[in-house]
Design a protein around this ligand. Sequence first.
Ligand code: IMP
Ligand code: MG
Length: 186
Amino acid sequence: MAKHPIIDDIEKVLVSEEQIEEIVKRISAQIDAYYENRNSRLLLLGILKGSVVFMGDLMKHITVPVEIDFMKVSSYGNGTSSGSINILLDLYRKDFPNTDILIVEDIIDSGKTLSYLVEYLRLKGAKSVRTCTLLDKPERREVNFDADWVGITVPNEFVVGYGLDYDEKYRALPFIGVLKEEVYSQ
Ligand code: IMP
Ligand code: MG
């Protein structure tokens, strides 16, 4: 069966390849409509590493002209959500005032990463800062934050695939799945 031998570690598929394709088409159409007829530059800003697969699919479907760039951030402490945000790879641009930034994220959990980044990029002088995320886990929110475009809301379970990892594994799976508990506990 397996293109991916690691498929045995997956308990269930939460968002299938077909569902993801529909989400990408819907969000890219909404982005096209929102950003049409602008004179400023549109920058898709992917947050490494989790957003890379979503970013790749999204940029293929968006028809308005886009530029791409990436930032890498981490939060202090362990786990998926903790204290303050650490910028590991910053964004350098000369023309922030003429740039509409659309942050592309894999998942919103506590909300700390995106609320920090939106504020950071506004302070840098970007013309506008909007956010889109493939997945949203609203139950986990620690700060008040809503993305402008959300693919799908997911329950409070740890998910992998389509860019998202557990211990750097499973990013290449073409769907979003939930890991078997034994994978964490061994
Ligand atoms: P937060 O919204 O600042 O808490 O952080 C979101 C980040 O935590 C995401 O970009 C992911 O890297 C990571 N994350 C949160 N939940 C999950 C999950 O279920 N699977 C994989 N990574 C996750
Ligand atoms: Mg991430």
